[in-house]
Design a protein around this ligand. Sequence first.
Ligand SMILES: Nc1ncnc2c1ncn2[C@@H]1O[C@H](COP(=O)(O)OP(=O)(O)OP(=O)(O)O)[C@@H](O)[C@H]1O
Ligand SMILES: [Mg+2]
Length: 521
Amino acid sequence: MAVSSRRERAGGGAAPGARRFSYEQLDLLAGIAHDLGVAEDIPRALRRVLDQVEQVCGMRRGVITLLQSTDDELQAAITVSSISENSSHKMRYRPGEGITGTVFATGRALIVPDLARDPRFLNRSGLRQGLRERPMTFFCVPMVYREAVVGTLSCDKRGDAIADPELELAFLEEVASLLAPFVQRRRLEEQMDQFSHAVEPGGAFESLIGRSAPMEELKRLLVKVAQAPSTVLLTGETGTGKGVAARAVHALSPRAARPFVEVNAGAIPAALLESELFGHEKGAFTGALQRRVGVLERAGEGTVFLDEIGELPLEAQTRLLRVLQTRQFERVGGSETLSFRARIVAATNRDLDGAVNDGRFRPDLFYRLNVFPIRLPALRERGKADIMLLADHFVGHFARQMKKTIHRLDTPAIDMLTAYHWPGNVRELENVIERGVLLAEGTTIHGHHLPPSLQMSRYAPQPETAGSFHTLVRSYEVELITDALKDARGNQTQAAARLGLTKRIIQYKIRQYGIDYRSFR
Ligand SMILES: Nc1ncnc2c1ncn2[C@@H]1O[C@H](COP(=O)(O)OP(=O)(O)OP(=O)(O)O)[C@@H](O)[C@H]1O
Ligand SMILES: [Mg+2]
C-alpha cells in the first residue's frame, strides 16, 4: 500500500529529533538500533524490542501486525511475551477495518484517547477487560518501508500515566522507523514459509549445472522464491546464467503451466519497447495498423522475464512502475484498463545502484524490483569441480550436435580450463568448448584446441592457493594487465595508458609475473 505523506504533525512538523524524548527513551532507541543490526533471529529480536518498550515506557500489549500475502489480512505477527499465541491468532484485520486496519490503509498514526469509547475498537484479542474503570489510550503507528506500509506497531498505555500523548506517539514512530526494514524482511520470510511445502526441483535444474556451495545456495533460493509471488531481481556478471535461472524460477513456480514471456530491454529499439511491453491499439502511432498484444498481456498469470532491465528507457520505467503499483495497465493509445497478474523476474548485469545514482534508473522502480535480489555467482567463485561438470556437459552437447565422438579433455586442457579466470563465465566456457569440439581431430580435446586467452592461465591463481590477500591482488593485477594487453594487441605502451600506469611500471609487472606480451600480437 503506497502512502503519499506521513502523519502531519501538530505544531508544523517539528523534526522528531527536536522533540523532548527522555534520556531513557533515547537510550532505548540507540539500544534497539544496535540490537536489530546484529540480530539473526528477526522475530525474536522484534519481540525483544516490544518487551523493552513495555518496560521502559510503561506501554502494554505491544503488537506488530503484518499484511498476509495470501488473504490480504493484517495479522498480529509479533507480540509481547505476555500475549498468548491463542489471543494473537484472533487479531486479524482487513485493511481499513478497526483502528489497526485504518492506520495500515491510511499510513497515518492514530491515538485513541479512550479505547472503550471508540466505536472502531474491536477487542479482537479479548485481552482488555475493565476498560471502563481504567481508561486506556491506544497508540498505533504505521511501519513504512520505502514509502510502502508493511505493517503496524501498536500498544496501550494507561491514560493517567500519559503527560504528552503526541510525544508518546512520536516516540513510537521513531521505534517503528527503526523496525520497518526488519519487519519487511520478516514479511518476506513469512511469505516464503507459507509456500515452502517441499517442492522437488527435478527437471527445472537440469539446465542449471553445478554442485558447488554457491550453486547449491542459489538453487535453494530459487526454489524458495519460486513458490512466493514476489518480484525477483537476478544480478550477476555476463554469462553467469541469469536467463537459465529466470526459467528455473518459472518452472518451479505454481505458474509453470502458464506462459513464460521474455523481453530484452537492451535488444529492442527504445521507440518500440513500450508497445512491446504494453501492446498498442490500432492507430496508436504511425504504422500501428493493427492492435498488438504486449508482453504483459500475453503473460497472463505466468511470468514476465524482463532481461537487461538496466537498459529500460526512463519513460518505459515510469510506465512499468505504475503497473507494479496498481497491477493495471493500458495498451499504448488505448483506454481500456487491463489487469496485470503475472510475476516479474528481472535481470541485469549492470550495477543498478550506479544507474540509480546517475539518474538513469528510477529509484522507486529499483526498490520495487529489488524485493528479492539473487546474485548469480561468477564461474571463478564456483571452483574446479563446477568448471569440469560444465565442461563435460558442453563436450557432450556439442559432440552430439556436431556428430563427433569425443571422449575426453586431456590433462593440459583440464589444467588450463580450471586455472583460467573466466571473465565471460559459463557462456565463455560454452564457447571455448564448442570451439574445442570443432577443432578436435580425434576423440580427445587437447590444450592446443583451446583459445590463446586460456594459454595464459598458468599466471592466474590456482584455487588451492587463492584466498590470501597477496595472491588475490596478484591475480587481479595479472588479469588487468592481460586484459589490457589483449585490448592493445600486445602493445605495452598502449596497455599501460589504458591502465593509467607508466610504461616502466607495466614492464616491471610483466616481467615480475612472467606474462608473455608477445602472445597477444
Ligand atoms: N549453471 C549452468 N548450467 C548450464 N548452462 C549454463 C549455466 N549457466 C549458464 N549456462 C549457459 O551459459 C550461457 C549463458 O547463460 P545466460 O544467457 O543465462 O547468461 P546471462 O547471465 O543471462 O548473461 P548476460 O548477462 O550476458 O545476458 C547459456 O547458453 C546458458 O545455457
Ligand atoms: Mg542474459
